[in-house]
Design a binder for this molecule. Sequence first.
Ligand SMILES: [Zn+2]
Length: 229
Amino acid sequence: MSTETTSKANGQLNGFTNEAIGDDHLFTSLDTPMKANAFDMSNEEKKKRISILFSEIMDVMGLDLTDDSLQGTPDRVAKMYIEEIFSGLDPKNKPKMALFENKYQYNQMLVEKNITFYSNCEHHFVPIIGKAHIAYKSSGKVIGLSKLNRIVQYYAKRPQVQERLTNQIANELKTVLETEDVAVIIDAKHLCVSSRGVQDDTSTTVTTYYGGEFNNASKILELQNYLNN
Ligand SMILES: [Zn+2]
């Protein structure tokens, strides 16, 4: 299959090799690429399969799986993948959102800053550690502050690229809050950049989404003032 913007040929995407795609963190879609039958298999079955496959990886690397310290690792990894660090792939784990009336008629921006999250880079399966800052202006409805945090955690618990994470959080907020007036800023460290590859230990990556009223220089400045204090 090819489209105007994407062409795959000989393992290349838009002329980039698979290696370049990984190191430059190019990505193809704002939706997490999932198979149509992603949830045909039960979670129990998935954990069993992952455990078998992970023990094979360890075995190929020459590790002794009969050692007491390593024996339980394949099961632990499988459980961690499905129940914890990649649990956001399963729509069943999406946080339930209760909307409340904005009865105080608070109609200025609300900012929730420094939401710590742990995600994983989809190109290397190593951690992305960062902070998300969220702002919105109520359209008449509000959600509990903890829900802002839960939306971030849900989308972070997937193999990710930071641009997609930013947009997925923003889209979810727009849908739930019934407004375009949302902003998402993410500042994150990618371990695939610091612990391998170019081994840059100091750089972080910032991505932003400014929707509706936030897409305006004075609003962005106001928001950045809150974030810097
Ligand atoms: Zn990576």
